[in-house]
Design a protein. Structure first.
Length: 364
């Protein structure tokens, strides 16, 4: 029995050419369908209609031609150009709306994002000025629209972390009292592969440290990984990630870089070969990869940021780098002696069940 018709708005969606484009949305929707919801995805980037792993994906043009009544509307990382425009034009056709906030869509980016690496193309001053003006206008418009829709009691807000909720309040400038009756924190789930086999501390190991990061985005702090490799030549580091950082900053002999994108199943197979995962960050709304590695049981060394402490509070094998650190070999040795996860806060079954319960609460 179909519980409700659901339309999901996304900027992009997985297809056979890019199976990882907003994959965290796709995993949710498979769970919704299993729970009895009839789900259709409207991808603003799609040029044709298609079906991906039993999920129907349509273009906006196609949806307008063949529109049918949908009870619920879900928008992931809603932007002004597409999601908000769509809601202003067609939102009246839906009884309830759900916004999932994942990051930059509700941030004044210049206040959060670190400076890019020097070798990266630098935006023209005019572009930077226009981008900052757009951010300010974006937040003003979001404040007015969301406030109006909350007063109408048709909008529900879902944040991937308490940090994301607090950043929303600070940037959009709506009071917590105004949004809390209609808000919920539900983090992104980890890929199921990370829960199927736990890391073991008894080896054998190919190297001491694994890092999995996009190299060219400075928020992922690959420069700090390089710094540790120079500081501790007695340790061996393996870095997996696409980018040009090590072309501009050649690594020492104890750091081996593989210019590759790893699928979740590949990552899980590799983890047994390393004693710890070094995953520094300068900015995250959740840090899904960090959560996945911790869930698999491997010791995780990351940055001492509020979001990292929030996400990893239930894990034992974690060390937060704060500038006054013990030597890295000592950190790794101590983490390996600690117990594995006693619970799995990012299990997809539990988190998707929480989202399904939220959807059901507005239609029952």
């Amino acid at each position: 029995m179909v519980k409700a018709q659901v339309l999901v708005l996304v900027q992009g969606y997985p297809d056979e050419h890019n199976r990882y484009n907003m994959a965290y949305v796709h995993s949710r929707l498979l769970g919704y369908q299993q729970a009895g919801f009839n789900v259709t995805v409207l991808s603003f980037s799609a040029s044709i209609d298609y079906v991906f792993e039993d999920i129907s994906v349509v273009t906006e043009k196609s949806w307008l031609k063949h529109t049918s009544h949908k009870t619920l509307l879900i928008a992931h990382a809603p932007n002004l150009r597409n999601h908000m425009r769509f809601l202003l034009l067609y939102g009246h056709r839906f009884s309830h709306w759900f916004f999932f906030f994942h990051g930059h869509e509700v941030l004044e980016k210049r206040l959060y994002y670190p400076e890019p690496y020097a070798y990266m193309p630098q935006a023209h001053t005019l572009y930077q000025t226009l981008d900052r003006a757009y951010d300010k206008a974006k937040l003003r418009i979001l404040r007015r629209l969301i406030s109006r829709w909350l007063q109408q009691k048709r909008l529900h807000l879902i944040f991937v972390s308490e940090w994301m909720l607090n950043a929303f309040v600070e940037n959009v400038q709506l009071s917590r009292n105004e949004i809390m009756p209609f808000s919920q924190v539900i983090p992104n789930a980890v890929h199921p592969a990370f829960l199927q086999k736990q890391w073991r501390a008894d080896g054998p190991f190919q190297a001491d440290v694994i890092t999995i990061r996009p190299l060219d985005n400075s928020k992922y702090a690959i420069d700090q990984v390089l710094g540790f490799a120079h500081q501790f030549p007695e340790l061996s580091f393996h870095v997996f990630g696409k980018g040009k950082y090590f072309i501009h900053h050649p690594p020492p002999p104890n750091l081996i870089w593989e210019d590759a994108f790893l699928k979740p199943e590949d990552i899980v197979r590799k983890l047994k070969n390393y004693r710890a995962a070094l995953m520094p960050t300068r900015l995250d709304a959740q840090g899904v990869m960090m959560c996945e590695l911790a869930s698999a049981g491997i010791p995780v060394i990351t940055s001492d940021l509020p979001i990292c402490r929030e996400m990893l509070k239930d894990f034992h094998r974690v060390y937060f780098l704060n500038g006054q650190n013990k030597p890295l070999p000592e950190i790794i040795e101590q983490l390996c002696q600690l117990p594995p996860p006693s619970k799995q806060p990012f299990d997809a079954d539990n988190l998707i069940a929480a989202e399904v319960q939220l959807l059901l609460s507005v239609i029952n």
